[in-house]
Write a protein that binds this ligand. Structure first.
Ligand code: IMP
Length: 430
């Protein structure tokens, strides 16, 4: 038995939440391996929209165990709010939620530091979600962080104080206001709440599940093009968002990774700053934003929109070893006479490349497009993949031939039912 991995291949917001929820009945365990409350995984069913930030997306399927792995950074305040909001909707995630004692804790001062660092960057801001992600991973790598398991230590309050004091000094040096009273009150309430949850050595739990042939799905957050190493640095998040992150973020050996499901939107979006070669600054960009409701699930910020970028997709497919692709939000391209796809980048010396170069600053690459015929169909009238219009199937085929990986699922809307499967292999869980 191996662990299948599901992750985003673009700049995040590809629709991972919907697909994890869709696939969850085939798995006993769903495990988040990196990132934190900067994620906003949206799931829509029974006419209700749910947005999850910390909790894995298997939470709405009864019996599914949900793991927050050691690679995740956890904000106890946001976790408590999220759990209580779910409980108010009649879903109690606590019984089936297991949190790694080795996951790092986001402290209130990490959030303030995030804001201080961003402010100090002036017009070079990366557009962080300001959830404290970067500073928490900084402390982790600096061997200074506090971990979830530490909340069970009798000296946790003094560990916290020590760290918070060091952060306050840093905030002072940035001349950033540090009003902690109400934040700390919420924090201590949330720590008490956290102590009541299932805090475990999640890698041991997962090893046992593997040994007993229990199907496990690893759920990524953000997207490959926001990866700390391979994204458009420094406009990236602070974790390994690629498939390798599932190994380090869950304590799983590479040989246990099975299928790698790569999720991408039929077009591209990006929220926050940083290079985005095919960005549309015109009415078409606005149309995609409106039709796709492209506003951040965590921050509400309008997302930058553009045509599908195949060099970027190809790069992400290779970084992750993706062997099955899922194309999301294809319905947003409905009713367009023509659809453009970026197939290459042209460099300033006139040469053409089909991958992401080290330097992606503005004007370093010029996208080259191919135009394909658009389609028009009533999403509700299509219930089988093969019934999709010819031009839609041509678009699918064009992408498949470019990246040399099959698109085995297409999503035509936010609801569970608006999902068409081409190959049953996506349901394989071993
Ligand atoms: P941070 O991870 O909050 O520090 O943000 C770093 C960059 O990644 C910013 O440009 C964010 O907008 C972007 N980002 C972080 N998380 C997500 C996500 O879940 N979806 C899309 N963009 C994200």
């Amino acid at each position: 038995m191996s662990i299948n991995v599901l992750l985003g291949l673009q700049w995040g917001d590809e629709g991972k939440g919907k697909v994890v929820d869709y696939l969850a009945p085939n798995y006993n365990v769903i495990a988040r391996f990196q990132g934190g409350p900067n994620a906003g995984h949206t799931l829509e069913f029974d006419d209700t929209k749910h947005v999850l930030h910390q909790i894995p997306s298997g939470v709405f399927r009864s019996g599914t165990k949900n793991i927050i792995g050691n690679g995740v950074v956890l904000d106890p305040i946001i976790l408590q709010r999220e759990i209580e909001a779910l409980q108010q909707k009649g879903v109690d995630p606590t019984e089936n939620l297991f949190i790694s004692k080795k996951a790092q804790l986001i402290l209130p001062t990490h959030r303030l530091l995030d804001a201080a660092y961003e402010q100090s960057k002036g017009d070079k801001k990366i557009g962080s979600t300001l959830k404290g992600i970067g500073p928490t991973y900084q402390d982790k790598i600096g061997r200074l962080g506090l971990r979830v398991g530490d909340v069970l230590r009798e000296d946790f309050a003094s560990l916290y104080k020590h760290r918070a004091e060091a952060h306050k000094k840093k905030l002072d040096s940035y001349q950033y206001p540090c009003e902690l009273e109400s934040l700390e009150q919420e924090f201590w309430e949330a720590i008490d709440f956290l102590r009541q949850l299932n805090l475990i050595d999640s890698e041991i739990y997962l090893h046992d599940q593997l040994a007993n042939n229990i199907p496990i799905l690893a759920e990524g957050a953000q997207g490959s093009l926001l990866d700390i190493d391979f994204g458009s640095y420094p406009f990236v998040t602070s974790s390994t968002t690629t498939a390798a992150g599932a190994c380090t973020g869950l304590g799983i050996a590479p040989r246990h990774i099975g299928e790698v499901f790569g999720i991408f939107k039929a077009y591209c979006t990006r929220v926050g700053a940083g290079p985005f070669p095919t960005e549309l600054h015109d009415a078409l960009g606005e149309e995609l934003r409106k039709k796709g409701s492209e506003f951040g699930a965590t921050t509400g910020r309008p997302r930058r929109c553009c045509w599908l970028d195949l060099p970027a997709l190809n790069y992400a497919v290779k970084l992750n070893g993706v062997n099955q692709l899922f194309m999301m939000k294809a319905d947003v391209l409905n009713e367009m006479d023509e659809i453009s796809v970026c197939t290459h980048y042209q460099l300033s010396d006139g040469s053409k490349i089909d991958y992401i170069p080290h330097d992606l600053r503005d004007n370093v690459v010029t996208p080259i497009y191919k135009t394909l015929p658009g389609w028009d169909f009533d999403v509700n009238s299509v219930s089988h993949f093969s019934d999709l219009p010819e031009s839609f199937l041509n678009y699918v085929q064009f992408i498949e031939e470019f990246v040399k990986v099959p698109i085995n699922l297409v999503s035509l809307g936010p609801k569970r039912l608006q999902t068409l499967i081409k190959a049953e292999t996506i349901l394989a869980n071993n």
